[in-house]
Ligand binder design. Structure first.
Ligand SMILES: Cc1ncc(COP(=O)(O)O)c(C=O)c1O
Length: 382
């Protein structure tokens, strides 16, 4: 593939850092995970950052730490990764889905109130493709109902609203460092929060709920478990990659933004589709995860043909996200599926083609992508 959709940038710095950890005495519970947490906290300006095994693990930990369980409900966007909902269900609570707004793909704030019940304990939002959700509006709803707010920031490193980083508007933000994300640790995640007590609890519960970590043990191997907890820690090996990626993150973000801008301009005269806008000035600043090309209804049935043709021409694509989550079998079988409730999420899932703008690509790659798209449009008579 000439232009893969995503490609982690792992260079000598990451390789050296990993080798150094592997040659040293500490593979888990060490100073590198702490260093990664500090640099992520400095970048986002978060008072607290706690590294975890993945974004899914981080979100599960948050709901577990809140004590959510059977009988509790969490508002979840219908247009997101399955993990946003699974984290709720793993805690034993119920995901109550809310449709997206068609203009951004973010949760439709006007529909949240109607989905809230006496059982609702929290609202989860996702910054779809890195475009900030209007957190001022979300917080207004949450505050008036006494609800906790979780921001799924898997696509949101670098996302800003009113100059404040995503994840710090609500009560907690959870990031993913899966390989095709803005930065990677292979697998990994980070929880950021302004609440000291929540950060402390998450640290405790990510490591079995034991009462002392290795460095605090006077007698080696001796500890007590004061709570039920998980093994959701990040290893020193993963964190070592993260520390190096953090040094490169500003450059990665700049490239994503300029690639996105360039490709948007190049595609502005392409018919039968529209580019989902990603604001980059003023109050809302997107992290520009990818470029979402929304096909018009008339050509939406030909999406697979379009994607296959692009693959044949060396341009990798993807779909974000393949189905509204409530239409996924697990949720459909559990709760039933009423298509009229999730019309916009379905339009996005069924018509989007995600195009690459990652930092593995340069300006000339954006020209190449747009040329190939125009070729495909012609060949398929779109
Ligand atoms: C919005 C969103 N949330 C959560 C996840 C899951 O992240 P992880 O693989 O780190 O658990 C993803 C992964 O793509 C995602 O896109």
């Amino acid at each position: 593939m000439k232009i893969p959709f995503g490609k982690p940038i792992i260079e000598k710095e990451e390789l050296d850092a990993v080798t150094k950890v592997l040659q040293g005495p500490i593979l888990v519970h060490g100073p590198i995970a702490e260093e990664f947490e500090s640099s992520f906290a400095a970048f986002t300006q978060a008072p607290y950052a706690v590294s975890v095994a993945s974004c899914t693990a981080g979100m599960h930990l948050v709901y577990f730490a809140l004590g959510l369980g059977p009988g509790d409900e969490v508002i979840v966007p219908a247009q997101t990764h399955i993990a946003t909902a699974h984290a709720v269900e793993l805690a034993g609570a119920k995901a109550v889905f809310v449709d997206a707004e068609l203009s951004t793909g973010n949760i439709d704030l006007d529909l949240i109130e109607a989905a809230i019940s006496p059982q609702t304990k929290a609202i989860a939002v996702v910054h779809y493709l890195g475009v900030p959700v209007d957190m001022v509006g979300v917080n207004q709803i949450a505050k008036s109902r006494g609800l906790f707010v979780l921001e799924d920031c898997a696509l949101a490193p670098g996302t800003l609203l009113d100059g404040v980083h995503a994840g710090l508007h609500g009560d907690v933000g959870v990031f993913s460092f899966y390989p095709v994300k803005h930065l990677t640790t292979a697998e990994g995640g980070m929880v950021i929060t302004k609440h000291a007590d929540l950060a402390k609890k998450i640290r405790h519960l990510r490591a079995f709920g034991v009462d002392r970590n290795h460095s605090e043990r006077k007698v080696p191997g001796m500890y007590d478990a004061s709570a039920l907890g998980f093994n959701y820690r990040m290893s020193e090996i993963h964190a070592a990659i993260g520390v190096e990626q953090m040094r490169k993150l500003p450059g990665f973000l700049e490239r994503r933004r300029s690639n996105f801008e360039r490709l948007s301009v190049e595609l502005s005269d392409l018919g039968s589709c529209r580019v989902l806008p990603q604001p980059n000035e003023g109050r809302f600043r997107s992290s520009c995860y990818c470029l979402g090309l929304l096909l018009d209804e008339a050509v939406s049935a030909r999406r697979s043909e379009v994607m296959e043709a692009l693959t044949g021409l060396g341009v990798g694509t993807s779909i974000y996200y393949p189905q509204p989550v409530p239409r996924m079998s697990f949720y459909k079988n559990k709760y039933g599926y009423n298509p009229s409730n999730y019309q916009n999420a379905a339009i996005i899932s069924d018509r989007i083609v995600a195009l690459p703008v990652g930092p593995h690509l340069k300006e000339q790659d954006m020209f190449f992508i747009s040329q190939q798209l125009k070729k495909v449009w012609k060949e398929l008579n779109v």
